[in-house]
Design a protein around this ligand. Structure first.
Ligand code: BES
Ligand code: ZN
Length: 618
């Protein structure tokens, strides 16, 4: 029962509510829970703030609860009132605690009468951790300003006061006022034909956790990609995006054939400006995506398979705490592979599994023991820190192992029943395992022992017999890389003309950490990697070139870092530069210019790289 706390133990006949201990939220779900959020927002571009009114419908659990405790970060609270069933309002007393660096400010609202609703009037600050505001000149088409949210993990609290824990689910409605010509999109059903009259209404009828609240607004055009899918993007980007994502309907149909109906209605994709700090975010009905996957050949559309897969693993069955995040990301990465395999073939799916498995094998040993576990022991706060390759790649590796042991048909049936059983619930790892034991492990004895399951979930490292796919292409690349490094093959003789994105990634991933400078020069002369339009390749290439001391790539690297704010593609370059005093000084100059275009999360991450480089110096 470690990590679970039991609350609400009343008469023995009543079901016992189990809540995951969630150290990243001040909410007290054993006392009271939000069941519905009604938002009224005005998007104020000149002030870079949201003017908000959040009306929370409450389900009181403890008749003696003295207060409603909410999460906030940097919100300016104007007033708080109770709203009774007949619409009467009365002011409520509240206290906003001082700001915790990780968690923000605990908001305690005195609620002696247990009102059915509470309304909070507030504004956000321009630096809100969950929002980015862009001026027209920072957009592709330079016409209108742009803003977007990124709530996962614990940033919803910076734009809505609420119980910011994935264990708590609520439906929401929203009324949003925006300047004329701007289109507003949210994580709910969106109407592609809505007039741009400055008034938008949204309804999310399914209960979702707070990290799936999302909003974006700007110069957004819409192009259909199927009967229930479209892409939203700036006008100059939308055509390219619709082409790249033309297989969306096939992806939805593939996932449905495996795991049951898509339950959310439409599945749209919003392509954000390049400062979006992640690759993708599975906001319900409206995946948010980085433009860095628009490379023209559909080679990076596994991102869509991934975010779509979250419609089952994550949005339908949700990790109840950030410690259980592998239930979202590991299961999703497995499902992503199945969609990729069905649409683009086993060869590509195996390459993607191998890329991540090989990278994990290389890195996992250097991680702290607790971080190597799928379900770690209780640890300090820092929800975004829990996002590591372990949740994604050890998690999906575990599921591929289960599939191999039990057979694809059996495992598919099991996984579908798991999604149905826990639909629209937030669950812990232990709840997942309690379902798996009778329904998979014991139902088909002799396939996998319980202690093997425990080793995958609670053990460190990667179990010894973890199966890896074969990839003849990757084997050939390993040989060519060795020959090239061993001076028996010159760079221009590498058989790389036909390499796809993943094959280049694999070639570059397994170059030595610091490759000899002449080898880097030779590669670039033969294959012109500097200036590549493919940022997955660029990130790997520039990192190697900087590590090898190749100053000739610095300006192209700076261009990559300035243009792209996606953490995963930009931070490795900052880290590479920060290893030498000259490099660090150069990266600081690049940052000084790039900073204004970066998301608050990217700014914070770059600044902490600089800070640790400087303390390491002393
Ligand atoms: N839900 C994640 C993004 C995320 C996780 C944001 C945790 C903040 C905290 C999303 O589904 C994701 O995994 N995105 C990946 C895509 C990739 C694995 C295809 C990304 O952003 O790189
Ligand atoms: Zn994900």
């Amino acid at each position: 029962m470690r990590l679970l706390s039991l609350f609400a133990i009343t008469a023995s006949t009543l079901p016992i509510a189990v809540y995951a201990a969630e150290p990243h939220s001040y909410a007290q779900p054993d006392q009271v829970q939000i069941t519905h959020l009604d938002l009224d927002l005005t998007i104020d571009f000149p002030q870079q703030q949201l003017d908000g009114q959040a009306t929370l419908k409450l389900n009181w659990k403890n008749p003696k609860a003295p207060s409603l405790v909410l999460d906030t970060r940097d919100l300016k609270i104007a007033s708080i009132e109770s709203v009774s069933a007949d619409g009467k309002t009365a002011p409520l007393k509240y206290a906003l605690a001082s700001r915790d660096k990780q968690l923000g400010s605990k908001l305690t609202i005195a609620t002696p009468t247990h009102p059915s609703q509470v309304r909070i009037v507030y504004t956000t600050v321009p630096e809100a951790s969950g929002l980015q505001w862009l001026t027209p000149s920072q957009t592709a088409d330079k016409k209108l300003p742009f803003m977007f949210s990124q709530s996962e993990s614990i940033h919803a609290r910076s734009w809505v006061p609420l119980q910011d824990s994935p264990a708590i689910r609520f439906t929401y409605t929203a009324h949003v006022t925006a300047p004329k010509d701007v289109r507003v999109a949210m994580s709910a059903i969106n109407d592609a034909h809505h007039p741009l009259d400055g008034k938008f209404d949204f309804d999310q009828p399914h209960p979702i956790p707070s990290y799936l609240l999302a909003i974006a607004a700007g110069d957004l055009a819409v192009k259909e990609t199927g009967p229930r899918s479209a892409v939203y993007a700036e006008p100059s980007v939308v055509g390219k995006a619709a082409h790249e994502f033309e297989d969306t309907e096939k992806m939805i149909a593939t996932a449905e054939a495996l795991y049951g109906p898509y339950r959310w209605g439409r599945y749209d994709i919003l392509v954000l400006p390049p400062s979006f700090p992640y690759g993708g975010m599975e906001n319900p009905n409206m995946t948010f995506a980085t433009p860095t996957v628009l490379v023209g050949d559909k080679s990076l559309v596994s991102l869509v398979s991934h975010e779509l897969a979250h419609s089952w693993s994550g949005n339908l069955v949700t990790a109840a705490s950030w410690r259980d995040i592998w239930l979202n990301e590991g299961v999703t990465t497995y499902v992503q592979g199945r969609i990729t395999e069905a649409l683009y073939g086993k060869g590509l799916a195996d390459e993607e599994s191998l890329l991540s498995a090989r990278a994990l094998e290389k890195d996992i040993g250097a991680m702290p023991a607790n971080a190597q576990k799928l379900a770690p022991d209780p640890r300090g706060v820092g929800a975004d820190d829990s996002l590591s390759a372990v949740a994604y790649d050890k998690g999906s590796w575990f599921l591929r192992t289960l599939e191999q042991r039990f057979g694809r048909d059996t495992f598919d049936t099991y996984l579908k029943s798991y999604f149905n059983h826990f639909a629209f619930q937030s669950i812990t790892t232990e709840q997942m395992l309690a379902y798996m034991k009778p329904n998979l492990i014991e139902k088909y004895p002799g396939k996998m022992s319980w202690s093997e399951v425990q080793d995958w979930v609670y053990g460190t490292g990667i179990p010894k017999d973890a199966p890896l796919p074969d990839s003849p292409h990757f084997d050939a690349i390993d040989k060519e890389r060795s020959a090239f490094l061993g001076d028996t093959l010159t760079a221009d003789k590498l058989d790389a003309k036909g390499w796809n994105t993943q094959e280049w990634m694999y070639f570059l991933d397994r170059l030595p950490d610091v490759a000899p400078l002449p080898k880097i020069k030779e590669l670039d002369a033969a294959w012109h990697l500097t200036g590549t339009p493919n940022a997955e390749i660029g990130m790997r290439w520039y990192t190697h070139a900087i590590d090898s001391g190749d100053k000739d790539v610095w300006s192209a690297a700076a261009e990559h870092m300035t243009r792209i704010g996606r953490l995963y593609l930009t931070l490795p370059l900052y880290k590479a530069f920060a290893k030498t005093p000259d490099g660090l000084a150069y990266a600081e100059q690049v940052y000084a210019k790039a900073k204004a275009g970066y998301h608050p999360l990217t700014q914070q991450a770059v600044e902490s790289i600089f800070a640790s480089a400087k303390t390491a110096d002393k």
